[in-house]
Design a binder for this molecule. Structure first.
Ligand code: GMT
Length: 379
């Protein structure tokens, strides 16, 4: 199949899922064409089936706000034509699904019926998408997609709860993990450098938006540190980073906290971690938690969104109510006890195996087939 993938190329769950999916599809013989404004972060071109088409945004004195969506739609039209794509897969509804609707209409005029699959990832529904500035367009573009998928049952339900005019069927296709890449590696020198006294290592990774509640990570860590020697690694960057740095100073735990910024070698960091903390206010699936679990790192998280579909309470980790840092700290300290840790690590990996990439990619291939079938009927 010739598949066009439209996504955000930056660090962030939806872009990571789109890129890993594209790489996997190319490795099994599909031709995959990424259509984005930058080369996706995790994309390398070692596979012959991978192609990249840059969406070039032009500035013009009249454009206070350059019309990205129009340029994207035109790019989709051109790539569908030139590469004779079989299907377009849109990751994150805003503005990819609505731009695809426009591309589809333009192509229809020429007798080309391009099937579209839209994958809802989270904040495109639960945060940004539901705002009145976006909701009518999000609703319309979901209803106009040939196939719609959501990354968890929770997100599927929330889409219907938050958008009363959405009437399209939504398939659940969870996030996935490549266990060849995300596996615990021997990185003893790295562990020694961060934890010279063999302290327990706590890790958090996110894009530091408010929704991630990184301040709760620091509060949980401050309690763990009172109970045992421990270090905290914060991976990623984003709008809240400065205020988190200030919080660490106020809490006087600076010497035990390191900010790593954005890194590609996340599996190497996870390989030396003992616990992952994800106290998000909303989390449609929690890909970062799955990556941790695959590297044998149990998770302490909030019990929101799709997290209960991933983490088994008391086995691969624990979930608490949003903001209940005392409960999260209590659970963290329980997991980190030497007599418990080995068992939790093993159980985290066992759970992650359910989301192995080879089990999930065929579900997307089926979604593409379904979208193609629908367009044959329309024709
Ligand atoms: O919030 C992020 O980390 C980025 C965001 C996105 O849409 O790019 O991630 C969402 O999609 C991921 C991949 O499907 C999910 O694993 C995350 O749970 C989800 N984030 C939220 O719902 C807050």
């Amino acid at each position: 199949m010739k598949i066009g993938i439209v996504c955000y190329p930056t660090f962030g769950g939806s872009g990571v899922v789109a890129t890993e999916l594209g790489k996997s599809l190319a490795s099994i013989g599909h031709q995959v064409h990424f259509i984005t404004y930058e080369q996706p972060t995790r994309l390398d071109f070692l596979s012959t089936g991978l192609h990249y088409h840059k969406v070039d945004i032009q500035t013009y004195p009249l454009f206070k706000y350059p019309p990205y969506e129009l340029v994207l739609a035109s790019k989709m039209v051109n790539v569908v034509r030139s590469e004779q794509l079989d299907v377009l897969h849109l990751h994150y509804a805003i503005p990819h699904a609505s731009a695809a609707y426009m591309a589809k209409q333009i192509l229809r005029e020429e007798g080309i019926h391009i099937p579209t699959v839209t994958t809802l990832h989270g904040t495109d529904i639960t945060l940004v998408g539901k705002e009145e500035n976006f909701a009518p367009v999000v609703t319309f573009s979901i209803n106009q997609s040939d196939v719609v998928t959501a990354v968890s049952e929770s997100l599927r339900r929330q889409t219907f709860d938050l958008f009363d005019k959405v009437h399209h069927e939504i398939l659940v296709i969870p996030n996935f993990i490549d266990l060849n890449r995300f596996t615990r590696q021997k990185k003893e020198h790295f562990k020694k450098a961060i934890c010279p006294e063999n302290e327990k290592l706590i890790v958090h990774a996110s894009n530091f938006r408010k929704v991630k509640r990184v301040d709760d990570v620091v509060k949980v860590f401050a309690q763990i540190r009172k109970a045992m020697p421990a270090k905290l690694l914060l991976i990623g960057d984003g709008p809240e980073r400065r205020s988190i740095e200030r919080l660490c100073q106020e809490t006087q735990i600076c010497q035990d906290v390191r900010f790593l910024g954005e890194t590609d070698a996340i599996e190497e960091v996870l390989s030396v971690a003992d616990l992952f903390v994800m106290p998000s206010e909303k989390e449609s699936f929690g890909l970062a938690a799955l990556e941790a679990m695959a590297c044998e790192v149990p998770v302490v998280a909030s019990n929101v969104g799709g997290l209960p579909e991933l983490i088994e309470q008391g086995l691969s980790g624990f979930m608490s109510h949003v903001g209940d840092v005392d409960d999260m700290a209590k659970n963290a300290i329980h997991i980190l006890q030497e007599q418990n840790l080995v068992k939790f690590k093993k159980q985290a990996l066992e759970r992650a195996k359910n989301f192995e990439i080879s089990k999930i990619v065929p579900l997307y291939e089926q979604a593409y087939e379904e979208a193609i079938q629908k367009n044959m009927i329309i024709r």
